[in-house]
Design a protein around this ligand. Structure first.
Ligand code: UDP
Ligand code: MG
Length: 216
């Protein structure tokens, strides 16, 4: 037992500290779409908090299935203890398979004060948050895109009623978190209302500039 403990400690020390970019913006602002582009070009691993929660909800016999289901439909934010465990496991699994894969896009988190406090409590020493990539997109465009996505996504929250609640949650709870990071100079803002290609041009400028700083 002591040996296995030491083994895991050594493994942890050898592993590089994860570098994290939080990806935030309203529902349908383009977070997931642009994350896919960033993964292809910059070799990050994309972790969507919403996708992890949906996968957990869909598991057989999971303890939190119903709670997650209700929160998602109501556009409310799941307690951080649940989300942080899923995020941590996803990062650990990635690095256990390949220790060099330590750059993560965490998409759709932190969404409120509870999320931020949970991150600071459980993860702050174990990961470096490089910056927040903020897709700034007007509510009308966000709703329009999600309704379009809803035709084929099968998501229980891409409907008018859930979207009103999600936009409300975004404005009341998530935007203030983005503003907090902005005060620390950590927000990189992109106009998310443009086309996918146009937005990605702006995204690349941000990542190229960040890489430039790191390579100095
Ligand atoms: N969600 C949550 N905590 C998170 C991320 C997502 O509770 O950290 C829930 C929340 O109910 C949210 C839903 O999952 O409205 C969908 O999130 P997702 O990021 O998939 O939506 P998107 O913003 O990409 O449309
Ligand atoms: Mg998404």
């Amino acid at each position: 037992m002591v040996i296995s403990y030491l083994g895991s400690l050594v493994q942890k020390l050898l592993r590089m500290k994860p570098k994290v970019v939080f990806v935030l913006g309203g529902p349908g602002a383009g977070k997931g779409t642009q994350c896919t582009n960033i993964v292809k070009k910059y070799g990050y691993t994309h972790i969507s908090a919403g996708d992890l929660l949906r996968a957990e909800r869909n598991k057989e016999g999971t303890q939190y299935g119903e709670l997650i289901d209700i929160h998602i439909k109501e556009g409310k934010i799941v307690p951080v203890e649940i989300t942080i465990n899923l995020l941590k496991r996803a990062m650990d699994d990635t690095m256990a398979k390949d220790a060099a894969k330590n750059k993560f896009l965490i998409d759709g988190f932190p969404r409120n004060t509870n999320n931020l406090e949970g991150w600071n409590k459980f993860m702050d020493n174990d990961a470096d948050v490089k910056f927040v990539l903020f897709f700034d997109c007007n509510n009308e465009t966000c709703v329009e895109r999600c309704l379009e996505r809803g035709k084929g996504s099968g998501r229980t929250d891409d409907n008018v009623l859930s979207l009103q609640k999600r936009i409300q949650t975004y404005l009341q709870s998530t935007k203030p978190i983005i503003d907090l990071y902005a005060k620390e100079g950590k927000v990189r803002r992109v106009d998310g209302a443009k086309s996918v290609d146009e937005v990605f041009v702006e995204v690349q400028k941000i990542f190229d500039a960040e890489n430039g700083i790191e390579n100095v």
